[in-house]
Design a protein around this ligand. Structure first.
Ligand code: AHR
Length: 658
């Protein structure tokens, strides 16, 4: 049984679970370097380590799920992040007192006021709208509303934006409405068009607007809807579900932001764990991720208070989109279902649990049921007749934090029995060790603010019994650096991941958490990919994962470090004609290593090395997105033994092709 030190920060900074001296800290390292270097600094490269790679020793196959992704609505990961929507507070529910992120927009002394209004409900789910009261419209002027987006509305050249909204007016409007992307300074119009025919009845209006090739990329913009006909002075208009989408990844209509999806796709995640995390559980039962409220047309989704992370979620990414997200990345979804545990400590009693179990069964049916089933038919009606590639269902999240023992006593068994009976093909992922039922897979989470915790545990899985469940490291991160991590954090993780790959017969997957952070709203200190509305970058930990994606389709082969190998961690994998050796040098001293290749034939090899290195405290940022990024170099053909110097504070991937 795995016993893992782990922690969970609920809405806060993750707690350090295991403190170790930071033995590679700059002070300690310089003392060590002085000792080693005396009397001559020439000896500042450490020699004396041997790395033997043995292709004849076949280890476990790499799992298709070996590296995956985990996403929840945190740090504006979805809304204001991966979700393509550019309008913030499109459903007017972010604040029940004021139309936040909206303002009146007037030109040339025209006048208008705005307010929230619940007297004109669009439907049962969306009863609040934005009321625009037009005062005066001067000749050449206009009056309307502006939305400020998520810390600005991004505008790019030669780009078409899909605009839609619901509107009605107190009387048929005389003039058309103008929709436009407008710069913050000097109100420069980047793209605009007009829409006519607004009447006293709610109706949906759609159009497109396009920027010119000369439009500079920028974030300091608003989206505005205005009228400029003086005859419309004194009119009242109502708006809701105002939406503006730029082109999305592979054109999915209610889809995802292109640059972020490209970054995720480059990781080749084998699974995608959705939709949480704390977001799944909610602070309270009523604010959990309640999937039935998240499907269908966006105007029929009520949205919900994302109480776990403290902001409104309009559920534009609903269950269908969570599943489509995995599908677009060719990853299997790992669907986590709510299991009667919320963050405020509520544990649903045994005699109250059945509705939640039924809800989970229905959710699974929505994901994979035939179109002849009730929820499978609903999925088809929502535009996705084909079942999703669901193979694993996770019961709850971090249920080890429930001190009552209810998970083992009744919650896991009740969910397990119901799901296995309806879907025997599914693997069930437990989130705490249980004895009451089998665990197909156990999800373990690892957070620590000291990267040395991870290097210290790089061999943790070598020693675990193979008689227990498979292990999924559903969340891990060295939480050093913010809003994204340092190179030191990434190298600690890299050392840990060599152990996960080496033990691929036991550890079937790993995913960093949290995956995404809008740098304007950092709910969690250390994250993998940072962005604002316009640009994005990967942290050193991101690059580590990209490098490890090279294990796909291979199997582990023998590798061993001997001699003076302190600070070095390694794993080797093999695909036909391709041997890949991953080496982490987690010390401040270059390591000159004799590499010996066995069981790999004698044919000449081309070798390339990809190295991620730098100052351990170094980070990437929007301003310096590739301050720390891997560099690849081709070497001349090498024989079965050669010497290679692994730079200090580095991860190196040696690719040997024959
Ligand atoms: O990744 C952030 C949070 O950490 C997740 O929501 C939770 O599962 C864990 O405690």
């Amino acid at each position: 049984m795995v016993h893992v030190a782990w922690s969970r920060g609920r809405r806060g900074v993750p707690r350090a679970v295991m403190r170790r001296p930071r033995w590679w800290s700059p002070a300690a390292v310089s003392i060590l370097a002085c000792l080693l270097a005396a009397p001559a600094l020439a000896s500042s490269t450490r020699a004396g380590a041997q790395l033997t790679v043995n292709g004849g020793r076949r280890g476990p196959r790499i799992n298709p799920t070996q590296f995956g992704a985990f996403l929840e609505e945190i740090n504006h990961s979805g809304d204001g992040g991966l979700y393509g929507e550019l309008i913030r507070n499109r459903d007017l529910k972010e604040d029940s007192n004021a139309p936040v992120y909206w303002s009146p927009f007037t030109l040339r002394n025209s006048t208008a006021t705005i307010a929230l209004d619940s007297s004109q409900p669009l439907n049962a789910e969306n009863q609040v709208s934005l009321r625009l009261t037009i005062g005066r419209i001067t000749p050449g002027g206009s009056a309307g509303v502006a939305n400020w987006g998520y810390w600005g509305v991004p505008v790019r050249p030669s780009t078409t934006y899909r605009v839609s909204f619901f509107a009605r007016s107190s009387r048929p409007l005389s003039g058309p409405l103008t929709v436009a992307l407008v710069g913050l300074f000097h109100s420069h119009v980047w793209a605009e068009t007009t829409i006519g025919g607004v009447t006293g009845q709610w109706a949906r209006y759609t159009t497109t607007i396009r920027t010119s090739a000369r439009t500079p990329a920028s974030l300091s913009n608003r989206f505005v809807i205005t009228t400029s006909d003086p005859a419309d002075a004194g009119s009242t208009l109502w708006f809701t579900i105002v939406s503006v989408f730029p082109p999305t990844y592979h054109g999915l209509p209610n889809g995802f932001r292109v640059d972020l999806m490209q970054k995720l796709a480059a990781l080749h995640p084998g699974y995608f764990r959705i939709p949480g995390g704390n977001y799944l559980e909610g602070e309270t039962v009523t604010t959990r991720f309640s999937w039935q409220n998240t499907i269908g047309p966006i105007e029929d989704r009520p949205g919900h208070d994302n109480s776990a992370w403290g902001y409104w979620s309009d559920d534009g990414i609903g269950l269908l989109e969570w599943l489509e997200l995995a599908e677009q990345l060719h990853a299997q979804p790992l669907l986590a279902v709510y299991a009667g545990d919320s963050l405020d400590g509520t544990i649903v009693a045994p005699d109250q649990l059945q509705p939640y179990i039924q809800d989970a069964l229905d959710e699974i049916q929505y994901a994979i049921g035939p179109t002849t089933s009730y929820w499978g038919a609903q999925r088809a009606a929502d535009g996705h007749p084909a079942p999703f590639d669901l193979k694993m269902v996770e019961v709850g999240n971090e249920d080890n934090l429930d001190p009552s023992g209810s998970y083992n006593a009744y919650r896991y068994p009740m969910f397990y029995d119901a799901i296995k009976s309806a879907y025997p093909q599914l693997k069930i992922v437990a989130t705490a060790p249980v004895t009451s039922r089998p665990m197909d897979i156990l999800d373990e989470h690892f957070y620590d603010n000291d990267p040395a915790y991870f290097t210290a545990n790089a061999h943790m899985f070598d020693k675990i019994s193979r008689r227990g469940p498979k292990i999924l490291v559903g969340e891990y991160a060295a939480t050093d650096g913010s809003p994204t991590g340092t190179l030191g954090a990434a190298l600690g993780e890299a050392a840990f991941l060599t152990g996960l790959v080496r033990n691929a017969d036991l550890v079937i997957g790993a995913s960093y958490a949290p995956l995404l952070v809008n740098v304007n709203d950092v709910n969690w200190p250390t994250n993998l990919i940072g962005y604002n509305g316009l640009n994005s970058y990967g942290s050193p930990s991101y690059w580590v994962l990209r490098l490890f994606s090279a294990v796909r389709g291979g199997r582990v082969i023998g590798s061993r470090l001997t001699g003076r190998a302190t600070g070095l961690f390694q794993v080797a994998t093999r695909r036909p004609h391709q041997t890949t050796v991953f080496v982490v040098n987690d010390s401040r001293i270059p390591a000159s290593v004799t590499v010996r290749l066995e069981g790999l034939g004698t044919r000449a090899r081309t070798v390339s090395t990809t190295v991620l290195t730098g100052d351990p405290s170094g980070m990437n940022s929007l301003a310096q997105p590739r301050a720390i990024a891997p560099r690849t170099r081709r070497l001349s053909a090498l024989g079965n033994q050669f010497t290679y110097t692994f730079p200090p504070d580095s991860m190196t991937v040696l690719d040997l092709a024959s």
